[in-house]
Each structure stands twice: as structure tokens, then as C-alpha cells.
Design a protein around this ligand. Structure first.
Ligand code: CP
Ligand code: NVA
Length: 326
């Protein structure tokens, strides 16, 4: 059994956005994720006999629905030997007005890390401000960084190194798009985003990525964005933080990923979607079910990516040693 001492609060490994970590650390998280996936798929031996996170407990506060994020953290933590506490915000005193500051300080005395999915980004940052344990962004209306770790892993499994590849985002310039932009800067690939002019990604995220030297192109023309793309990514047209409306769907109609659009990319272009998908809206069934689609690998890779992230956040200085055993 590996014993890991609790880190100094000044060195807390929060994961609020991809830009908070340097390129080498993000690279290492994806590499560790890839190694733990290999270990898991090797049925001839136990997955993590060393139980590297034994004695550690991860809390999850999910204020919005989740299938993949919740399961990947829950199962990933258990596979690494740790425990999980699922906290329903409505059952907590938080739901009756206990402050985020007090909640964060109390949870920090019980837990070793906390995943938060919230409809308000400021609630995540406030919790992180007061917590003395790592806080992980499990999705806000602004960003979804844990998703993108899985996307990078998925691309590299199918197409090799992500550096210098070209990606296209087609649809709403939403939270997933914002995190993809940050990853383009950190992992060194170019990204064209085709969105309606009224639904562009966050301007400060684009400006930050460009200032890092990232090649980010904004256009309203999907055909323009997918030209030479090695990977085409889309997402739901109505995110959890959006009001459902017909006019929103009408605005996004020209941004559907269909066979005609895929044909304008490189012949080996992958199709990715973080899920849940709305077939017939942002993507057609033939693309979603077609040979370019890697959406279920992407979903599985949430588990492995989250294990890489948990090891980084909680595994101490030797967090990469698990991967060296593979
Ligand atoms: N992609 C994703 O985050 O899925 P869930 O909403 O199911 O967690
Ligand atoms: N953009 C979507 C992602 C869901 C995982 C949403 O925020 O609802």
C-alpha cells in the first residue's frame, strides 16, 4: 500500500480550467490516463494492486444532471482504492442557505478532493477559494475541462500525436468549446470554430489562447471550419444553462454535422461529441453511428482521464508512478 501525505494548502492542485495547468502537466495527465487504461484492459492482472488512493475520499457535488462525469469520478476513485461521497446540494445545508465559504471549510475537514458541477461559475471559484483540498470543475456554463482530457486521449488513440493536428468545432460556442480552445493552446493544435455570430465562444478565452500562440479561427461558415480538419467536434444546441427555444434551434440549424459536412474534412477525420447527443439536431444519425464517430471511446475515456486527473490531484509527488508500473 502506498501512503500519501496530505499536501500543503499552498500547493493545492485545483483543476478549475485547463489554462491553470502548464502544458507538461496536462501532457502527463493524459499519458497517465493512457497507461491506466492499458492496465485496465489487461485482464490478466489486477488493475491497481497498490491501491494508490486508499484512505482518500472524493466528494461530488452535482447541482446539474450528469451520467459520465459522475460515474467516471466515482468509479475511477474506487478503482484507485479510494472512496466517494456523493453530496446532493438540496440535501445539504447549502440548500438552506449555509454559505459556500463555510461549506468549503467543513468539507475540507472530511474530504480529500471535491468535484463540483454547478450552474454558476462563481460558486465553483468561491468553493475553491475557501477549500483547503483540491477542487475539480465538473462543468460550469463557462467550461468543461475534464471532458477535454478524454477528447485528447481519444484523438491520440486513433490518430497519433495531437500536436499540429487541426480540429473544427461546429455549433454553439459553449462551455465545451471554451475548454477545447484552452486545450488547443496547451496541446499545440489548431482549431477553427464555426458558430452563429451570436453564439461565439467566450472572447476572453479566445484572446488568452491567441496570446499563448494558439491558432484559433472564428467563422460563421461550417464548411470553412472543417476544411483540412482531422477531427470535428460538436455538442448539444441547448446546454443545461440555456433556455430551450425554437429560435435557438433555428439559428443553429445550418451548423448540423452531417455526411455532407464530414465529406469536406480530411478523409480520416474523426467525429467527437461529449454526449448526451440529440440526433437530428447537432448531428445526423449516419454520422453519429458511422465509422468516423468515436463518441463511445470518448465516453469510456472519461473514466481513464479522470483517473489520471485524480492521481495528479491526490497522488503526491510520485503520482505518475502508477503509470510506470504498466
Ligand atoms: N459529457 C458529460 O459531461 O456528460 P454528463 O453530463 O453525463 O456528465
Ligand atoms: N454543453 C453541455 C455539455 C453537457 C455535458 C451542457 O452544458 O449541457
Amino acid at each position: 500500500m502506498t501512503i500519501i501525505s496530505r499536501g500543503s494548502p499552498t500547493l493545492l492542485r485545483h483543476f478549475l480550467d485547463l489554462r491553470d495547468l502548464d502544458a507538461a502537466t496536462l501532457r502527463a495527465i493524459v499519458d497517465v490516463a493512457s497507461a491506466v487504461k492499458r492496465m485496465q484492459h489487461d485482464r490478466t492482472r489486477p488493475v491497481h494492486p497498490g491501491r494508490p488512493l486508499e484512505g482518500r475520499t472524493l466528494g461530488l457535488i452535482m447541482s446539474k444532471p450528469s451520467t459520465r462525469t459522475r460515474l467516471s469520478f466515482e468509479i475511477g476513485m474506487r478503482q484507485l482504492g479510494g472512496d466517494v461521497a456523493i453530496l446532493s446540494p438540496t440535501d445539504m445545508q447549502l440548500g438552506r442557505g449555509e454559505t459556500l465559504a463555510d461549506t468549503a471549510r467543513v468539507l475540507s475537514r472530511f474530504l480529500d478532493a471535491l468535484v463540483v458541477r454547478t450552474g454558476e461559475r462563481s460558486r465553483l471559484t468561491e468553493l475553491a477559494h475557501w477549500a483547503s483540498i483540491p477542487v475539480i470543475n465538473g462543468l460550469t456554463p463557462h467550461s468543461h475541462p475534464v471532458q477535454i482530457l478524454a477528447d485528447i486521449l481519444t484523438f491520440e488513440e486513433h490518430r497519433g500525436a495531437v500536436r499540429d493536428s487541426h480540429w473544427a468545432w461546429v455549433g454553439d460556442g459553449n462551455n465545451v468549446a471554451n475548454s477545447l480552445i484552452e486545450s488547443a493552446a496547451r496541446f499545440g493544435f489548431s482549431l477553427s470554430l464555426a458558430t452563429p455570430p451570436s453564439m461565439q465562444p467566450a472572447a476572453d478565452v479566445v484572446a488568452w489562447a491567441r496570446a499563448q500562440g494558439a491558432r484559433i479561427t472564428l467563422t460563421s461558415d461550417p464548411a470553412d471550419a472543417v476544411r483540412n480538419a482531422d477531427c470535428i467536434v460538436t455538442d448539444t444546441w441547448t446546454s443545461m444553462s440555456d433556455e430551450e427555444s425554437q429560435s435557438r434551434l433555428d439559428t443553429l440549424k445550418p451548423y448540423q454535422v452531417n455526411a455532407a459536412l464530414m465529406a469536406k474534412a480530411t478523409p480520416k477525420a474523426l467525429f467527437m461529441h461529449c454526449l448526451p447527443a440529440h440526433i437530428g439536431e447537432e448531428v445526423t444519425e449516419d454520422v453519429f453511428e458511422g465509422t468516423s464517430s468515436v463518441v463511445f471511446d470518448e465516453a469510456e475515456n472519461r473514466l481513464h482521464a479522470q483517473k489520471g486527473l485524480l492521481l495528479w490531484a491526490l497522488g503526491g509527488d510520485n503520482w505518475q508512478s502508477v503509470a510506470r508500473e504498466s
